[in-house]
Write a protein that binds this ligand. Structure first.
Ligand code: ATP
Ligand code: MG
Length: 397
């Protein structure tokens, strides 16, 4: 073991006062679950930082470092070297540990922090000494730039050890998963809904997913695509149950009995109602969709107003103000984009009307709905619900 540790900086939870401990223990639990498969680690919190220490040489630090960047609630991740709390040890360790990291760089600065106030040198003195030693080691290839350095070297003198690090990478940000409750994501095979799920997970929601299929109009492979998306989302969302409901009969009834122009809107009324039932059964406080204002006919303000009126539960639409190009950037970040663009049909593309209503009136939509057995079809569809669990990290207690 070489004394290297991973430091994870807590984000907003630092502001949570009384609840901070709760939030911290959620983060630790999530990190333990992820680290578990990469070897033996000791993971603990101290002074708004979570420390991940390998317990033997087999522990895979690279893998844990990468996965820590995907844990919501953490704003920065760095590798650091622990050493004894003496200036000699700090300087020697800094030189040995940082020489690789400084190669090819032109400017740096040293920041020192001292939570152990009994340490004989002030922060400024520590910075100066370490900076001087680094300059000497690099022999003129590196200079100090306090305003705009390429590399910031941080020396922290804490209770038990000193830590030396350079180059913090951004973490996933947000709040720990599950800290804000649970939301039911309406998950299609498109680009937007996986992004919507990840965005709400970032704000602390545990994600439960609901997918509608229209077998045999939609294929087994379309469903597999959705399952793959859920699995990819788990890299950030931790664990997702995917519930699947068949809309086939509802769609056939709407096709046979209602005006074509209203088809999509009516279908969406059913989807929202079924989602609300599922949310209630699985204790989700909100429905999440990938809708973006004006993107398609069913996402005009009037159409959203109509579909919203089907339910009383809050509907969260984190993509509502994003352009498609912005949603694509998020999809790439969350690793779902490549799967989302695979060409499989979705239930919404089956029997799509040629001239969908963009300015629907609720009364007209309700009149169309009267042509079918709304409650009966809902019960029948809900009875088809089946559940699969997706997770990328094994359960860990
Ligand atoms: P996406 O890219 O997420 O599919 P979209 O732009 O294609 O969105 P729509 O097809 O109108 O938009 O769907 C709007 C939202 O309704 C989706 O973001 C998703 O939350 C939900 N939705 C659509 N189809 C399904 C489905 N088959 N199963 C579950 N939810 C769906
Ligand atoms: Mg879609």
């Amino acid at each position: 073991m070489n004394g290297e540790v991973i430091l994870c900086k807590n984000g907003e939870i630092v502001l949570k006062g009384q609840n901070r401990r709760n939030f911290e223990s959620m983060l630790i639990k999530e990190l333990r679950r992820r680290a578990f498969q990469h070897g033996a680690f000791k993971i603990y919190a101290q002074q708004s930082t979570i420390y991940i220490e390998p317990l033997n040489d087999e522990a895979d630090m690279d893998a844990v470092y990468e996965t820590a960047k995907h844990v919501f609630g953490i704003i920065g991740v760095t590798r650091a070297k622990a050493c004894e709390k003496t200036m000699d040890s700090i300087i020697e360790t800094a030189k040995a540990y940082l020489s690789d990291k400084l190669e090819g760089k032109r400017t740096f600065k040293v920041e020192a922090k001292r939570s152990d106030k009994s340490f004989p040198l002030t922060s400024l003195e520590i910075s100066r000494e370490v900076g001087g030693a680094i300059l000497e080691m690099m022999g003129g290839r590196l200079r100090v730039d306090v305003k705009n350095p390429e590399v910031v070297i941080t020396v922290e003198v804490r209770d038990t050890n000193a830590y030396i690090r350079a180059g913090q990478e951004p973490g996933a940000g947000g709040l720990p998963i599950r800290s804000a409750g649970r939301g039911l994501l309406m998950l299609s095979g498109g680009i937007d809904s996986p992004v919507a799920g990840c965005m709400m997970a970032k704000r602390g929601l545990e994600i439960e997913a609901l997918h509608f299929d229209s077998f045999p109009y939609t294929s087994e492979r379309a469903l597999e695509k959705v399952m793959t998306l859920a699995e990819e989302m788990c890299e950030f969302c931790s664990k997702i149950h995917v519930h699947v409901i068949s809309l086939t009969h509802i769609q056939e009834e709407l096709r046979d009995k209602c005006e074509e122009d209203y088809f999509t809107l009516l279908l969406r009324m059913f989807m929202m109602k079924l989602a609300e039932r599922c949310a209630n059964e699985y204790k989700c406080g909100a429905i999440i969709t990938g809708e973006s204002l004006g993107q398609v006919a069913s996402q005009t303000l009037a159409a959203i107003g109509v579909t919203d009126s089907a339910v009383t539960i809050p509907v969260l639409r984190p993509c509502i103000g994003l352009d498609k190009s912005e949603i694509v950037i998020e999809a790439r970040k969350y690793g779902t984009f490549e799967t989302s663009i695979l060409p499989f049909e979705d239930c919404c593309t089956v029997f799509t009307p040629r001239h969908p209503r963009t300015q629907p009136k609720l009364a007209d939509v309700m009149a169309q709905l009267d042509r079918v057995d709304f409650e009966g079809l809902l019960d029948e569809a809900y009875a088809t619900l089946r559940t699969e669990t997706k997770l990328v990290f094994p359960e860990y207690r």
